[in-house]
Design a protein around this ligand. Structure first.
Ligand SMILES: [Zn+2]
Length: 199
């Protein structure tokens, strides 16, 4: 396989990237300065060496930012956070957005969403890990911060069911997030409002 085909095939593995876009990336790199190609290659290499997945919330974090041990991220390690609140999100990018809303509790990243037709929720999200975390930490409240989409609603229902036996109060973001909107793209004020109206 030629280097062009090989790199195109690799880019095609990215979420939402098709063959044509993959080709465009490769074309861009072909005409880019060698220094930029080197910088990209180096950044990809150090991604593995300088990031780790948090053992508590499962987000990926830069290891040099970690306040305490390398096994937990700066948020989980920060004792000043409200440790009684657990905000459950679909993906890492949601956390950055929720942080901007002024939320001061802790997080858990599901790592996905449950498709409507699925019979096995644990294949799509970190369900077992979440139940373990809740059992160990016993948060007073678990906030389900899922997208206002059909799959988000479906996931919320299943989680609410699975968390029923826990001692935690389970709440959801209130209205404010418009139908179809994803947490990742909601503005911080809207999230703050939805948090204030949680039920
Ligand atoms: Zn963490």
């Amino acid at each position: 396989m030629s280097p062009i085909d090989k790199l195109s095939a690799l880019f095609e593995k990215f979420p939402g990237i098709g063959p044509r876009q993959a080709r465009r990336f490769v074309q861009y790199l072909l005409v880019a300065a060698p220094a930029l190609r080197g910088e990209i290659a180096e950044a990809v290499r150090s991604l593995g060496a300088q990031t780790a997945q948090c053992k508590k919330c499962y987000r990926w974090f830069p290891t040099e930012d970690s306040a305490s041990t390398a096994s937990t991220c700066a948020v989980c390690a920060n004792t000043a956070r409200e440790r009684t609140l657990l905000f459950v999100v679909e993906k890492d990018a949601d956390i950055d957005n929720v942080e901007r809303s002024g939320y001061k509790g802790l997080y858990f990243v599901l790592g996905g969403i449950i498709p409507l037709a699925s019979e096995e929720p644990e294949k799509h999200i970190r369900l077992r890990e979440l139940l373990k975390r809740v059992e160990a930490d016993k948060p007073v409240e678990i906030i389900l911060g899922l997208s206002a989409t059909t799959e988000g609603d479906h996931t919320r229902q299943i989680l609410a069911e699975k968390l029923q036996k826990s001692t935690s109060k389970v709440s959801s973001l209130g209205r404010g997030l418009s139908t179809g909107s994803e947490l990742e793209y909601a503005d911080p004020d809207t999230i703050a409002q939805a948090l204030g109206n949680r039920h």
